[in-house]
Design a protein around this ligand. Sequence first.
Ligand code: ADP
Length: 207
Amino acid sequence: MVRYAQLLEQRYKGRIDADADDFLGFIVDGGKHMTNLIHDLLAFSRTSRQLEPLKPLPAREAVAQALRNLEMVLDDAGAEVIVGDLPLVIADQTHLVSLFQNLIGNGLKYRAPDRKPVLSIKAERMSFDIWRFAVADNGIGIEPQYHEKIFEIFQRLDPGSNHEGTGIGLTMCRRIVHRFGGTIWVNSEPGTGTTFFFTLKDGSLEA
Ligand code: ADP
C-alpha cells in the first residue's frame, strides 16, 4: 500500500496540482505511521506472550546489543555514548535489549538541535539485591506535568513534530521492567536533558 502511494508520489508529484501533492504526502506519511504502529503493537504484545524465562544476564551485553542495533542512527547523529560498569541482572535477553534500545533510541530521537547528543548508561547498587539503572541524555527534556503521562500507551507530547513515533515505547519499557520485578520513572529538566531510572534485581546472587 505505502509502496504504491510512494510510486504515485514519485511519478506524479508536481504534475497534478499543489493540493494533490499535499494529499499524496499525507497518504505516504499516514501509511508509514500505520506500518510503524503495527510493528510496535506486535512488539508490545510480545511482552506479555512468548515469554522467555527470567535468569541472570549481563546488562553490559544487552546494552552492547542495543547499541549495535542503533549503530546507524547513533553514527548519523554523531552521538557520544558513555557506558559505566553494568551488573548481572534478572531478566530475559530479548526484553532487556528492547528496554535499553527504547530508552537509548528516545535519547537520540529527542535530542536538542543545538548540541551533540551525549548519552550515558549507568548502574548503582540501591540495596544488597537491587540495582538502579540510569539512562541519561542531554536532549530537549520533558515538562514535569508529563512525567507520568508519557508512560501511558499512545501518549506523545508533540505528535505534530518531526519525530516519528507511536507512543508505545515507554509503555512497553514499563511493562518489561514490571515483569522483571522493578519500577521505572523519569527525571527531567526541560531544555537540559532527561534521565530514565529503573530498578532490576541483582543476578549475581542466583548466578
Ligand atoms: P514515541 O517515542 O514513539 O512517541 P514513547 O512511548 O517512547 O513513544 O515516548 C512517549 C513520549 O515521551 C514521546 O513522544 C516524547 O514526547 C516523550 N519522550 C520520551 N523519551 C524522551 C526523551 N528521552 N526526551 C524527551 N522526551 C521524551
